[in-house]
Ligand binder design. Structure first.
Ligand code: GAL
Length: 375
């Protein structure tokens, strides 16, 4: 059965790119399974690009790089499954992957069958090297149908970066999530750009096919393939909070063999993960504070009737946010009010003079989980 809330796991790309091997994958599976990460809901171990040999075998099958993965992919899948986790792999709808390894164009059914034989549970599907005359949407529909007929439940993770009007057609391909952004980098500017790029496409996400804001950079600290400047702890908190509020899949991108306490506390924040995984999968909406794109207020109604409200300060100075309760579904005449807590600080919060308010420091976010109560 394929998952109906945003998928959670770990992916090799952000930190390791082509420097992947069996030892890294098995150790990362050990860490994920043996730490608070698994209990928090992270379950997919995904091998991204650069796992294959440069050419197919004589039967046209993909073959893994024997130097990197000496025991083959089935061995890795079995190991991961024994840990109670799920196994993800990567291919591309063009004739080569983005790093020029063999890809699935015209091999969709044979590759889906191979992935099923190997015990794959998740397929990330990229968008490079599409041949002339074939378009992405048809190629994604092919792989969607091939996966649906491969005899195994394989979650289809589209990665066409929002190109070619992806949101218009992705829901027709069988994809369970779609990359709604270009690639992320470990800088606050990259996080900010990605957040702002989502404002107009939120209605396309949610149950069935989640907007995937790319792998998390939380904890990278400037290390690894997409690690550039790195971010502060507050910036990583803001990043994680927004990915949770916007129901993005949560795929960790740092080296989980070396996480520090701050990273672990961000990645396992139970209140934020509960919002991300809320069973109702209601769509979030955004109001810009003072019309400022760098001061979004994200609001999301939750299954139990609570409202999550995130005040996100992406400016370089402090901000005082406020929003009338009338504007977020609770008119004054209803004689009810909000009460709850701010998730990072644990502070009790409630409506003041018919508004929800909060001071938020630069590059930080406050996330309020509010219940409706009688006045
Ligand atoms: C990009 C994709 C990245 C990563 C990379 C591998 O197109 O967005 O997430 O998968 O390809 O080559």
């Amino acid at each position: 059965m394929i998952k109906f809330t945003p998928p959670m796991g770990w992916n090799t790309w952000n930190t390791f790119a082509e420097k992947i091997n069996e030892e890294l994958i098995l150790r990362s599976a050990d860490i994920l399974a043996g730490s608070r990460l698994k209990k928090s809901g992270y379950e997919y171990i995904v091998i991204d690009d650069c796992w294959a040999q440069r050419s197919r075998d004589k039967n046209g099958r993909l073959v893994c790089d024997g130097q990197k993965f000496p025991h083959g992919m089935k061995y890795i899948a079995d190991y991961i499954h024994k840990k109670g986790l799920k196994f993800g792999m990567y291919s591309c709808c063009g004739v080569m992957t983005c790093q020029a390894y063999p890809a699935s164009c015209n091999y969709e059914y044979i590759d889906a069958e191979t992935f099923a034989e190997w015990g794959v549970d998740f397929l990330k599907y990229d968008y490079c090297y599409k041949p002339d005359g074939l378009n992405g949407k048809d190629l994604y529909r092919r792989m969607g149908l091939a996966l649906a007929n491969c005899g195994r439940d394989i979650l289809f993770s589209g990665c066409s970066w929002g190109a070619d009007n992806t949101p218009e057609w992705i829901g027709t391909t069988g994809a369970n999530m779609w990359r709604s952004t270009p690639d992320i980098f470990d800088t606050f500017d990259s996080i900010k750009t990605i957040i702002k790029s989502q404002y107009n496409i939120l209605p396309y996400g949610g149950l069935g096919c989640f907007n995937d804001m790319d792998m998390l950079v939380v904890g990278m600290g400037g290390k690894g393939f997409v690690g550039l400047k790195g971010c502060s702890a507050d910036e990583y908190r803001l990043h994680f909070a927004v990915w949770c509020m916007l129901a993005s899949p949560l795929m960790i991108g740092c080296d989980i063999r070396e996480t520090d306490d701050v990273t672990m506390s961000i990645l396992t924040n139970a209140d934020l993960i509960a919002i991300n995984q809320d069973a109702r999968c209601n769509k979030p909406y955004i109001r810009l504070h003072d019309g400022n794109e760098d001061l979004p207020i994200i609001i999301r109604a939750l299954e139990n009737g609570d409202l999550a409200v995130a005040f996100v300060n992406m400016t370089d100075g402090p901000a005082f946010f406020w929003v009338p309760t009338d504007d977020i579904g609770l008119p004054t005449f209803a004689h009810k009010t909000f009460t709850g807590k701010e998730i990072f600080s644990g502070d009790s919060v409630g409506a003041v003079n018919g508004t929800i308010q909060r001071h938020v420091a630069a590059h930080s976010a406050a996330v309020l989980r509010l219940s409706v109560v009688n006045k």
